[in-house]
Structures are given as structure tokens and as C-alpha cells.
Ligand binder design. Structure first.
Ligand SMILES: Cc1cc2nc3c(=O)[nH]c(=O)nc-3n(C[C@H](O)[C@H](O)[C@H](O)COP(=O)(O)OP(=O)(O)OC[C@H]3O[C@@H](n4cnc5c(N)ncnc54)[C@H](O)[C@@H]3O)c2cc1C
Ligand SMILES: *[C@@H]1O[C@H](CO)[C@@H](O)[C@H](O)[C@H]1NC(C)=O
Ligand SMILES: *[C@@H]1O[C@H](CO)[C@@H](O)[C@H](O)[C@H]1NC(C)=O
Ligand SMILES: *[C@@H]1O[C@H](CO)[C@@H](O)[C@H](O)[C@H]1NC(C)=O
Length: 549
């Protein structure tokens, strides 16, 4: 991101230079003060800063804005966007934002489902880490330092560049950022074998509220525990994670099996519930993906798949096996014959090629598509998550799937737990969703959002809320658990401009963190007692709890 034709706006000629994008607007006294502060606290490095009137401001703001729901003019925009190219500049932003009473929001990949990394209800500075994305793979040590602004695709690509026998167990979508994903958990096709991304973090660099850089040793084990699943935004700014790589076999097998609703798919999914999470070995991951399809075009007038208003449900069983094809076929014949998988549906490939396929591209796509931060089509959406802990009957599954046909553009993913996830205690790290879960349900409704429109599609959002109510008898209870990385402000949120109370935050806090919420509050109280690092769903410090009681 270097070709924006920046005009150098030199505030001081001595050591550091502050760059703002080409603009005829002069800084206001307040802006001047903030920029001067950045200058005095940065070391010898040019710093990229953008203000709302700058020409590139909008494109920088929107570049990593994955959910287009927040593109509307009513969404509050940052007073400044700082794009650091050096760690010291992150320190400077934290120090100066505190001095000038600005909130800070940190964005790595910008995939937050509620836009919390780039929106706020108060005046704020956006730290966009897109230029802090170095990846240093050490094959001998089986480890890698990854800067927070890197994407999953970049991480996978750089690992494979050094070794085809190493990999990393994180999410599917290549454009997701390391900063949000790793600190919230991070699951993908190797989770049953290796756990989540956060299980493999072995060190971290974080800027704390004082603007100091801490690593695992200096931050201490409690904070290090908290940023592995508790979300990092409540605690500081993650600069980089050191991760432990895992070994991957030279050949994995991938199969994407499409099934229409008619093809006994409900019975197959019913059986899948038991098979995928407990009966198959850890090497095998079978995810169910379902989406509504509306047949408006005349080319697609296959009446046998039509339902309701020309709408049907298509499903795809997405299979990743850490081993050769024959092994997968044998396993499927033995454990899951109902799926009727065919040999020609199964492709052998390297692990890195499987990352391309699960990223949504054909097997033949050049690997460097993984480096493309703009490849994903962006749309507006609202999503929610649930954990299923006891199997759902065939009759009930049928009702649920029929309910899905009420709306267009619905996507549902059922991701099997079990395997390694059952072996890790709930409180090992802050990410709490371990044994006792059969699978995660993620459901999403999407639409095209026009930049001019001020009202998001409230009806569609209401539909997914209704669906959330509808499935409540079938999912986890007390708490009704949810996955932090599928952020959902409907679960409850801190009020704008008010410090959250402990009891309010506990409502959503225990859904995301279960029994780990209390410890997260303790850590927060230690490291950020005045709640500088805050957002709609940040962990509240304990002092607030005492005040309330
Ligand atoms: C298309 C798509 C596919 C997805 N697929 C998967 C999947 O397969 N598996 C899975 O587990 N999840 C998946 N997710 C969810 C994803 O893990 C979360 O949205 C994750 O939080 C995104 O991280 P990010 O850095 O891109 O987001 P951001 O929007 O940049 O950040 C998310 C949150 O983390 C905070 N944050 C970000 N960086 C830092 C930092 N350096 N220091 C402190 N706080 C920080 C932000 O302030 C914000 O609160 C998917 C999301 C999308 C949109
Ligand atoms: C890296 O992993 C390999 C394979 O498991 C192992 O033989 C080697 O000792 C590991 N190296 C380090 C430094 O842990
Ligand atoms: C639609 O279906 C009818 C009969 O089922 C067929 O004759 C016609 O060609 C189809 N239309 C298209 C566009 O495929
Ligand atoms: C209609 O769809 C069903 C299910 O996908 C499929 O089996 C059938 O062959 C299709 N029929 C036509 C004419 O395309």
C-alpha cells in the first residue's frame, strides 16, 4: 500500500517526518497538537496519518472494511487513521491518544463482524496495521513470528514457501487478519487434530496502556493467557505473535461434495452429527455448508429442487483429510457410507493447495492468490453463532432447514468439534469452547449495501434474530455459548461513552468466555484499570464491579 501519491507534510525537519495524504486542508489546532505529539513520540520514522478531508482517507478506511454494513454515511469515522510502518509508531499513537482524550481502535484484517475495529461512537483514532505484516518463518525451530497485520493467507503462503511439511491450524478465509483471529481463537480444517490457532501461540509483543512494548516474559502469564482467546482489543495492541508450527503430511485429500435438499440430505446431516465430531479420527474434518439459492433465471428451472418462492437449499460437505485418498475413502465407507462419496470427488494435494481450495478457489489457482488482500468479495451481513451439545433429531433438523428457506442469501456452516478440542481444558487459555461441544453453527444473512443508503436492511437483520430465537431449544444453554470471532452485539454490549458495569458485561461475557470471564476481568483490572482500551464488547475492569456492588 505505497502508491497513494502522498504529499509530504513536514511538521518538523529534525528527525521524524509526519506524512499526511495530499490535501489542501490545513490542520486545526487540535489536529496540530495530536500530530505534533505523534511526532515527538515517534522515533526517526515517517508516519502515515490520514484525516477525513484527505483524498486517500476514504480508500484507506474502506480497504479492509470487510462488512459493508458499515459503509453507510451514518457510521462514525475516525478522526485520524494512522498506518504505522514501525512498532514505535503504535506506541506513539497510544500515548498521544491518551493525552488527547481519543479512543483507539485497532484493525488487522478488518473482518470483525460488527465493525468494531474501525467504528466507534466517540472520537477515535484508527490504527491500521496493514503495513505491519512481516512473517519470519524458522523451520528448524518449528516456529514463526507473525506481525498482527498479516493475513492468514500470507501466513500459510510464507510457511509453505519454506517447508511443505509445516503448516498452521487457523481459519479458512485467507483475508482474515492475524490480530483479531488469533486473539479470538481461530478454527479451521486442522482443529480436530491440533486445536485452534490460539493454542499455538508461544510468545507475543503487545503495546500496553502506558505505550510500553511487552513480550511474554514481561507481560506475565495472566495477560499472555488472556490474549489467547479473550480478544486482544481489551488489553492493548498486539504487534506480533510467535506461533508454533505443526507438521502436515506431504499429501492431504480434499473433497467438496454437493447435495441438494432432496437427496436425503437431512438424514445424512443427522448422521453427520455423530460421525464428524466423535467417530472419525482427528485427521478427518467434515464441515457442512448450506446456503439458500433462489432460482430467478430461466436457465435454472429445475423444478425438482424448487421450494417456496423458487428457493431451495444447497449443501456442500467440505472434507479435509490429513492423509491420502485411499485412507479417506476407506474411512468414509466404514463410518459414513450415507454420504456416498465417490473416488473422483476426492483430490490429493499439498496442504498449501488445500488452503487455496478452502479459500474458495479451484485447485489449479496459483498459490500467490493467498497473498491477495482484495480477493474476497465484500458484502453487508449480519451473523451469529451457536454451539450444539446434544444431537438434533431428524424431525427437528427438517424444521430448521425449512425455516432457512424463508429468506434469500442465507449461509450456514456446521463445523465439527471433538478430537484434540476435547483434550484441552476449558481454562488452558482464554478460549473456552472445548469438550462437551459437538459442533459450531454459524449462520449469516447477507445483502448488497449501497454506500448512500443510511438504513441497513433492518428486516433481514430481524430475520436472523428470529432464527436465533427459533433454534434456542437445540443449542447450548446456561450460558448459551457463542464464538467471539463471530461477534454479535445482540448478545449485549457496553453502552457508548459509559464505562461498562460488571454485571452488564457478564451477560455476553459468559457466552463468549464461559468460566473464563471472571479471570479476564481480573487481568483487565490489572493491566488497564482505567479502561482505555475499550469497545462495545471489551472486558470491563474490576474497579467498576466494586462500585456497583
Ligand atoms: C469471510 C470470513 C471468514 C471467516 N472465517 C473464519 C474461520 O474459518 N475461522 C474462524 O475462526 N474465524 C473466521 N472468521 C472470523 C474471524 O476470525 C474474525 O472476524 C476475526 O476477529 C477477524 O480478525 P481480523 O484481524 O481480520 O479483524 P479486525 O476487524 O481487524 O479485528 C477484530 C477485533 O480484534 C481487534 N484487533 C485486531 N487486531 C488487533 C491487534 N493487533 N491488537 C489488538 N486488538 C486487535 C479489533 O480491534 C477488533 O475488536 C471469518 C470472518 C470472515 C469475515
Ligand atoms: C521441529 O520438529 C521436528 C519434527 O517434529 C523435530 O524433529 C525437531 O526436533 C523440532 N525442532 C525443534 C527445535 O523443536
Ligand atoms: C425449463 O423447463 C422446461 C421443461 O421442464 C424446458 O422445456 C425448458 O427448456 C426449460 N427452460 C430452460 C431455459 O432451460
Ligand atoms: C435437478 O436437480 C436434482 C438435484 O440436484 C438433480 O438430481 C437433477 O438431475 C436435476 N435435473 C435437471 C434436469 O437438471
Amino acid at each position: 500500500m505505497k502508491s497513494w501519491g502522498l504529499l509530504v507534510y513536514v511538521l518538523a525537519l529534525s528527525c521524524s517526518i509526519i506524512i499526511v495524504s495530499s490535501s489542501t486542508f490545513l490542520a486545526t489546532p487540535f489536529e496540530d497538537d495530536f500530530l505534533q505529539c505523534l511526532h515527538f513520540n515517534s522515533q526517526n520514522f515517517e508516519i502515515e496519518v490520514y484525516r477525513p478531508n484527505d483524498r486517500s482517507y476514504k480508500s484507506i478506511l474502506q480497504f479492509s472494511m470487510y462488512n459493508r454494513r458499515f459503509i453507510s454515511p451514518t457510521t462514525r469515522k475516525p478522526e485520524f487513521i494512522v498506518v504505522p510502518s514501525h512498532e514505535s509508531q503504535v506506541q506513539a499513537v497510544v500515548i498521544c491518544s491518551r493525552i488527547h482524550g481519543l479512543q483507539v481502535r485497532v484493525r488487522s484484517g478488518g473482518h470483525d463482524f460488527e465493525g468494531l475495529s474501525y467504528t466507534s461512537h466517540v472520537a477515535f483514532v484508527l490504527i491500521d496495521l496493514v503495513n505491519l505484516r512481516a512473517i519470519d518463518v524458522d523451520v528448524q525451530d518449528n516456529s514463526t513470528w507473525v506481525q498482527a497485520g498479516a493475513t492468514l493467507g500470507e501466513v500459510y503462503y510464507r510457511i509453505a514457501e519454506k517447508s511443505r511439511l509445516h503448516g498452521f491450524p487457523a481459519g479458512f478465509c485467507p483475508t482474515v487478519g492475524v490480530g483479531g483471529h488469533f486473539s479470538g481463537g481461530g478454527y479451521g480444517g486442522m482443529m480436530r487434530k491440533h486445536g485452534v490457532a490460539a493454542d499455538h501461540i508461544i510468545d507475543a509483543r503487545i503495546v500496553n496502556v502506558k505505550g510500553e512494548i511487552l513480550d511474554r516474559e514481561t507481560m506475565g502469564e495472566d495477560l499472555f493467557w488472556a490474549i489467547r482467546g479473550g480478544g486482544a482489543a481489551s488489553f492493548g495492541v498486539i504487534l506480533a505473535f510467535k506461533i508454533k508450527l505443526v507438521l502436515v503430511p506431504p499429501i492431504v485429500t480434499v473433497s467438496l461434495v454437493d447435495r441438494a435438499l432432496e437427496q436425503h440430505v437431512i438424514q445424512v446431516i443427522h448422521k453427520w452429527q455423530y460421525v464428524a465430531s466423535s467417530e472419525v479420527p482427528k485427521e478427518l474434518f467434515i464441515q457442512v455448508y448450506a446456503y439458500t439459492v433462489t432460482n430467478n433465471d430461466e436457465d435454472n428451472n429445475n423444478t425438482s429442487t424448487r421450494r417456496g418462492f423458487g428457493r431451495t437449499l444447497q449443501t456442500q460437505f467440505q472434507i479435509m483429510h490429513l492423509g491420502p485418498r485411499e485412507e479417506l475413502i476407506h474411512l468414509m465407507e466404514e463410518k459414513f457410507p450415507e454420504l456416498e462419496i465417490k473416488r473422483e470427488d476426492c483430490s490429493e494435494m499439498s496442504w498449501i493447495e488445500s488452503a487455496v481450495v478452502f479459500g474458495g478457489f479451484p485447485n489449479t489457482t496459483p498459490l500467490d492468490v493467498l497473498l491477495d488482500r482484495t480477493m474476497q468479495e465484500k458484502f453487508a451481513f449480519k451473523a451469529k453463532s451457536d454451539f450444539v451439545t446434544t444431537s438434533i433429531s431428524e424431525v427437528e433438523l427438517k424444521l430448521i432447514f425449512e425455516k432457512l428457506l424463508e429468506e434469500e442469501n442465507i449461509k450456514v456452516a456446521l463445523s465439527p468439534w471433538g478430537g484434540k478440542m476435547n483434550e484441552i481444558p476449558d481454562d488452558e487459555i482464554a478460549f473456552p469452547h472445548r469438550s462437551g461441544n459437538m459442533y459450531l453453527v454459524e449462520y449469516m444473512i447477507s445483502w448488497n449495501e449501497k454506500e448512500e443508503s443510511t438504513k441497513p436492511s433492518q428486516g433481514l437483520i430481524n430475520w436472523i434474530r428470529e432464527f436465533h430465537d427459533y433454534i434456542s431449544p437445540y443449542v447450548s444453554m446456561n450460558p448459551r455459548a457463542a464464538y467471539l470471532n463471530i461477534r454479535d452485539l445482540d448478545l449485549g454490549h457496553n453502552k457508548a461513552n459509559e464505562t461498562p458495569t460488571y454485571s452488564e458485561a457478564r451477560i455476553w461475557g459468559e457466552k463468549y468466555f464461559k468460566g473464563n470471564f471472571e479471570k479476564l476481568v481480573n487481568v483487565k483490572s490489572e493491566v488497564d484499570p482505567h479502561n482505555f482500551f475499550t469497545n462495545e464488547q471489551s472486558i470491563p475492569p474490576m474497579t467498576i464491579k466494586c462500585k456497583v456492588q
